[in-house]
Design a protein. Structure first.
Length: 323
């Protein structure tokens, strides 16, 4: 459909201003925290790792910015240079943290974590999981609002089946987490991959008459799978680290969650727009369906990669009894 389609799917207006709502919310949360949270008093030997924190922050920005903006800018040469530089900064961060640990100084992330296969596998698994989940969310929003022409309210209704499915998955996972441990993640990942595949198949079978009702079964399956996968993920990964490393490990997993989201948006977004521009479908909806289906199959592939990596994670969740 060419370059005209690419221009047509770019929303007008400075929509990014909606994120300003996070400013008062953040300020309010900080004030509430000062009043309600108990004060912590670290030991005298504790020092904030300002050097490591600065390097890690810069590395995240340098790596994530080109991932998010690269496609829209046409992937100029400097975006690749920034990504390589970001990886180099992460390497420098690791060297700095090891040096601080040898000198018995506090570190932002305990270097010993990266000698634990379960933790490193958890980081890779999280990258795949959050990449697929965040990336597909952006692609779905493009499909329903720009492809199908839904209003924001109707687009929200279209996601209801997935949201309800996630609630069911989280609720069901609670009693199963201790009993099944890692097997619960396998079940959730299998259902999530199947949900992506079923959604792509639904787009093909329903044709241009695709609607909220026809999308609901696949989205519901996808949501349940997401809930079953994500509910035990953090506790299972943290089961593979020592208690003294739990804080560092939790922070690293949260960072990977953000990095994985940026990775997913970049990869799936680029794939979506590539196939949308190259589509020869007779209708706009047809072009969006084809591009979305390809992105969904790619999402399923990322989930299957996470499925394989899950074999390297601990069998049981943190604080769960051995079985």
């Amino acid at each position: 459909m060419g370059e005209s389609t690419e221009r047509a799917v770019r929303p007008d207006g400075f929509w990014g201003a909606i994120f300003a709502i996070n400013v008062p919310v953040g300020v309010l949360a900080g004030l509430v925290g000062l009043v309600l949270l108990p004060a912590s008093r670290p030991g005298r030997g504790y020092r904030v790792d300002l050097v490591g924190g600065t390097i890690a922050s810069v590395a995240m920005v340098v790596l994530i910015y080109p991932l998010i903006q690269g496609r829209e800018l046409g992937w100029p040469w400097w975006t690749y240079l920034l990504m390589v530089g970001g990886l180099g900064l992460f390497g420098a961060f690791g060297l700095v943290e090891r040096s601080r640990e040898r000198r018995s100084r506090s570190t932002l992330i305990a270097p010993s974590l990266f000698s634990k296969p379960a933790f490193t596998a958890g980081l890779a698994t999280g990258l795949m999981l959050f990449g697929a989940l965040m990336g597909c969310s952006v692609v779905f929003a493009l499909l329903v609002q720009l492809g199908l022409g839904y209003s924001p309210f109707k687009a929200g209704l279209a996601t209801l089946a997935q949201a309800l499915g996630m609630i069911v998955g989280f609720v069901v996972s609670r009693p199963l987490n201790v009993r099944l441990g890692r097997r619960l993640m396998f079940l959730g990942e299998a259902m999530t991959a199947a949900g992506f595949g079923c959604f792509a198949l639904t787009l093909h079978l329903a044709g241009d008459t695709i609607g909220i009702v026809s999308m609901a079964p696949a989205l519901g399956l996808l949501g349940v799978g997401m809930g079953l996968t994500m509910a035990p993920f953090f506790n299972i990964v943290l089961a593979g680290v020592d208690a003294r490393e739990a804080g560092s490990a939790s922070g690293a997993l949260t960072s990977v969650q953000q990095l994985g989201g940026a990775f997913g948006v970049a990869v799936l977004g680029t794939t979506f727009f590539h196939f949308l521009s190259a589509s020869t479908a007779a209708t706009r909806i047809g072009a969006f369906r084809e591009a979305t289906s390809t992105a969904m199959y790619l999402s399923a592939g990322l989930i299957l990669a996470a499925f394989v990596l899950t074999f390297l994670l601990p069998r049981h969740a943190q604080n769960a009894p051995d079985q």
